[in-house]
Design a protein around this ligand. Structure first.
Ligand code: 8GT
Length: 162
């Protein structure tokens, strides 16, 4: 009998026995005109300068909704209303295996304040800011499907090296 290629298929799917997925709550804020909010990752974090949807890791004992409320208050200074779970995506980065819980948010109060010195942009498809974080790209595809948008969803920076 041949050896199984994978001793624990579940572990392999999650990136290996030592790689437990980090749960992340991500907020997709959508304005009445359909524009959605992207923020740039602050200096000092992995993928600094890449554009993403605001959010962050769940702390011990938190639900996705609780984490999202806390993160959006901490990072961009707003108090969110109802949270609508949208999609869940597992992304295997060199620095981490993350499970992204994308939630739509249509109501919030307070002025946007970039408390971690990020930049922010209200975007439509195709997204004008770049580079976009790899884990963000599928979200743009989901928007494209919902909105029957064809063509590019974002732009990829040309190689600037010599
Ligand atoms: N917030 C956010 N994180 C994302 C997105 N897409 C994506 O792959 N990620 C990944 O999910 C993880 C979120 O971690 P984070 O660093 O933003 O969370 P955090 O604020 O709790 O971080 P900290 O503990 O370093 O302060 C990162 O590995 C990030 O690369 C996204 O659209 N938004």
């Amino acid at each position: 009998m041949s050896e199984p290629l994978v001793a624990d298929p579940g572990a392999a799917r999650d990136g290996g026995p030592d790689r437990k997925a980090v749960e992340v709550a991500v907020g997709v804020l959508v304005r009445d005109d359909g524009a959605f909010l992207l923020t740039s990752r602050p200096e000092g974090k992995a993928y600094a300068g890449y554009w993403e949807f605001p959010g962050g890791k769940l702390e011990a004992g938190e639900t996705v909704e609780q984490a999202l409320r806390r993160e959006l208050q901490e990072e961009i200074g707003i108090t969110i209303g109802a949270v609508t779970p949208w999609k869940v995506e597992l992304v295997d980065y060199p620095h981490a295996l993350v499970r992204l819980h994308f939630c739509k948010v249509f109501e919030w109060s307070g002025e946007l304040q970039m408390r971690e010195a990020q930049s922010c942009a209200w975007e439509q498809l195709p997204v004008a800011v770049q580079p976009v974080l790899p884990g963000t790209v599928p979200v743009l595809d989901w928007f494209a499907q919902e909105r029957k948008h064809s063509g590019a969803t974002h732009f990829v920076a040309a190689y600037a090296g010599s």
